[in-house]
Design a protein around this ligand. Sequence first.
Ligand code: NAI
Length: 326
Amino acid sequence: MKEPVRIAITGAAGQISYSLIFRIAAGDLLGPKQPVILHLLEIPQAMDALEGVVMEVNDCAFPLVRDIVATDDPNVAFKDIDYGLLVGSRPRGPGMERKDLLEANAEIFSVQGKALNDNAKRDVKVLVVGNPANTNALIAAENAPDIPSGQITAMVRLDHNRAKSQLAQKLGKHANDVKTVIVWGNHSSTQFPDLSHCKVDDKPALDQVDQDWYENDFIPTVQQRGAAIIKARGASSAASAASAAIDHMRDWALGTEGYVVSMAVPSDGSYGIEPGIMYGYPVTCDGGKYKIVEGLEIDDFSRSRMKATEDELREEREAVKHLFGK
Ligand code: NAI
């Protein structure tokens, strides 16, 4: 058996974690031969609920779980971790403006960025799920100067998976038949789910659907899918978000074998996007590293959509800039 790896999950008593923790414990993230030590972080008020989750994990007698650390201290939660899934965040409360939400979360993610910087392994892989995910990840990264740039990322994989599934359903195919869907930009309603490089059964997707469906049905459906789930379920996406978080981390750790997936990563200026912002890009992963797919041709329609979501991310960054590196 291999040495165990340490995986931190924040917001560990929340809905997404109630799926995520058990799937990781079952081996869905790193496979059936990789033991894990779970580091579970919550706020003090949720520690009783977290204790219940720990009891349930113990009751599963998972072969791969070697230990569980349950804490309300980010410095303990992030000690020597190999992976961090930052799920916990502050939800929008009554009367809270978007700016208040950004600021409340920016406080949380600046504290957690510092705790990562002080405690995590230098090659830690971090995924921010808690919203506003892209900007929360940016804040964490700005507060973790000793963690190499690019090791803190944000999740657009749920949007990517939703796009694959919507297109497959439209064409009566399986999601496996869909290749090179891209979600550019922010995990928000400005995101751009792009089919212009996508192939289904090795043929261009846009030759198989009409432009009207693409622009006026597909794109808004993917953009608004989170709201549609809340309307139907009375609660936000949880199991699908956990599944996407596992996909993101597994692909990053174990590789995509050339397959293109979407990850929000610090822009290096590729495709003319402002350097530094956490922007959803097409990537491939190999040897524990991701690489932005370069050289795709971008038409005017795509360019304007990519710009709109970039503008939103720049605005978000402006709203929280005062918390960088404090
Ligand atoms: P939830 O409200 O059920 O759970 C969140 C948990 O985080 C709570 O138990 C809370 O006590 C905890 N928490 C709050 N502040 C914390 C802190 N500073 N440290 C540690 N824990 C903290 O929410 P749920 O449904 O699990 O969603 C979590 C987040 O994920 C939300 O922000 C949600 O909007 C976001 N999300 C992101 C998606 C994406 O694609 N990026 C998809 C779906 C949800």
